[in-house]
Design a protein around this ligand. Structure first.
Ligand code: PSU
Ligand code: MN
Length: 305
């Protein structure tokens, strides 16, 4: 039985019914992760990139209490214009949004939940949430991580930003049984840079190798997989620039007493401001690259089924 609040776009329904490749896309990155109008332009380009690589895109959000798998261009534009006024919707926010018929932009966790309800197994985004620096006292761990432990969706991302503690993020994923695959890399990428000094559980050089591990994962039970796809060489940023901006953003967040779900959007926006247009260009490029890889993985997964 489909969930009574779930609306799947007709094109996505058709694709799923015929075992054609579908890629889920998140909407927090649109409303909270990038400035307007680049956010809307990027969201539409990402959908086109998924199509160019042979899959059907399904951008996910909650609109007036409905779980949407697939948005129209007008709906994407509305979310992008409203920006940070839209509620950021992770797992704990969904019941309130549904019951009050409210609108929310889904995080990685929120998007995974709706994707799984719709039957979509592959999801592309920019960066994953994770264990924040200082989590040993703040207990700030993104709900994206426990979601990966339980919900059967593969998340193609460029690793996680260094606003997080990447080593602890990988420890958490290990504890909760989430495989971390490196796509054409042996290293866990750090979003704006290709290197973090941390390894992955397995390197995959082709989408078929990723698909084989996904099938094996789901033959053993539920849960997600991280497919870490480094930023393209030409777009990677100097580490010193990112480290300085990150340190300043973290200090400001502490001084301003920012807590809870506001932490990540604040840090993302501050790092973007401090690094100027360069980081936005890099961000857009890596999301497009993730969309292409996710589409190829979805194609490989549908072929083998
Ligand atoms: N990291 C990024 N860009 C993003 C996010 C994280 O580089 O847009 C967003 C994603 O939607 C992710 C969310 O799921 O932030 C995590 O927020 P939190 O740390 O509050 O769980
Ligand atoms: Mn948090």
């Amino acid at each position: 039985m489909p969930h009574p609040a779930l609306d799947i776009q007709p094109e996505v329904v058709h694709a799923l019914a015929h075992n054609l490749p579908v890629v889920a896309l998140e909407s927090t990155i649109i409303a909270h992760g990038m400035p307007y109008p680049q956010n809307v332009q990027t969201a539409l380009r990402v959908e086109a990139e998924v199509r160019a690589h042979g899959a059907i895109p399904a951008t996910i959000a909650i609109l007036n209490g409905r779980l949407k798998a697939g948005l129209t261009a007008a709906e994407i534009a509305e979310l992008g214009q409203a920006g940070s006024q839209v509620i950021k919707a992770s797992r704990r926010d969904l019941p309130v949004l549904l019951a009050t018929r409210a609108t929310g932009a889904t995080t990685v966790a929120g998007t995974m939940i709706v994707a799984a309800l719709a039957g979509i197994r592959v999801f592309a985004t920019g960066g994953l949430g994770g264990v924040h620096r200082g989590a040993e006292t703040t207990m700030d761990i993104s709900a994206d991580l426990p979601e990966l432990a339980q919900t059967p969706v593969a998340v193609v991302c460029a690793g996680a930003k260094s606003i997080l503690d990447l080593a602890l993020t990988l420890e958490y994923l290990e504890t909760h049984g989430v495989p971390v695959l490196g796509f054409q890399t042996d290293e866990f990428p750090a979003f704006f840079t290709r290197e973090s000094g941390l390894g992955v559980d397995a390197r995959c050089d082709t989408p078929e190798q990723v698909a084989a591990i996904l099938r094996a994962r789901w033959s053993l039970g539920h849960g997600g997989v991280v497919v870490a796809n480094p930023i393209p060489h030409a777009l990677a940023m100097p580490r010193a620039v990112i480290d300085a901006a990150t340190a300043q953003a973290l200090n400001e967040a502490r001084e301003k007493g920012i807590v809870g779900k506001a932490v990540t959007p604040f840090l993302l926006a501050r790092v973007n401001q401090l690094t100027g247009g360069d980081s936005l260009t890099a961000n857009i490029g890596l999301v497009l690259n993730n969309a292409a890889v996710a589409a190829a993985v979805a194609v490989a997964l549908s072929r083998a089924a």
